[in-house]
Design a protein around this ligand. Structure first.
Ligand code: TYD
Length: 135
């Protein structure tokens, strides 16, 4: 199971740091939506779904958290701890986000508009979906 981790270019000088993300250059898709999670309660675990179409890049722009990615056969845990690192999450990955630090801001860049019908929220349905995809 290959994980695509991105280390974005930092434009740093004596004033501080800046990261700029452009569609099809730094991000491998057109960004149609941005959302972010913050004030996540201690011990909270969220996500628990995959998608039919949506691709995403997750960046913890402040604080830290962990991402569990599961392709149906294998699981990997990706810690996100720097505002210049991101992880690519393809549609067909079951994802869970957890271990949020109190100050964590997890930003998501998404290739599609919000569409509840694109979600696979049932784990057994997800396993059937990835099995079918392989054929
Ligand atoms: P939810 O899907 O529960 O988040 P998670 O990915 O952690 O499971 O989303 C929480 C709420 O926010 C839910 O009511 C749907 C809403 N929402 C939007 O309106 N637009 C969005 O782009 C997202 C991701 C969620």
């Amino acid at each position: 199971m290959q994980i695509m981790k991105y280390m974005f270019q930092q434009h740093g000088d004596d004033r501080g740091q800046l990261v700029a993300l452009e569609a099809f250059k730094d991000i491998p898709f057109e960004i149609k939506r941005v959302y972010y999670m913050y004030d996540t309660g201690e011990g909270v675990r969220r996500g628990f779904h995959a998608h039919k179409k949506l691709s995403q890049i997750l960046i913890c722009i402040h604080g830290s958290c962990k991402i569990l990615l599961d392709n149906g056969a294998e699981k990997k845990i990706i810690p996100l701890e720097k505002p210049y690192e991101g992880v690519y999450v393809s549609n067909d990955m079951w994802r869970e986000m957890y271990d949020f630090s109190q100050d964590a801001v997890l930003m998501v860049l998404a290739s599609e508009y919000y569409d509840e019908s694109d979600y696979i929220r049932d784990y057994d349905e997800f396993l059937k979906y990835v099995e079918k995809e392989e054929k």
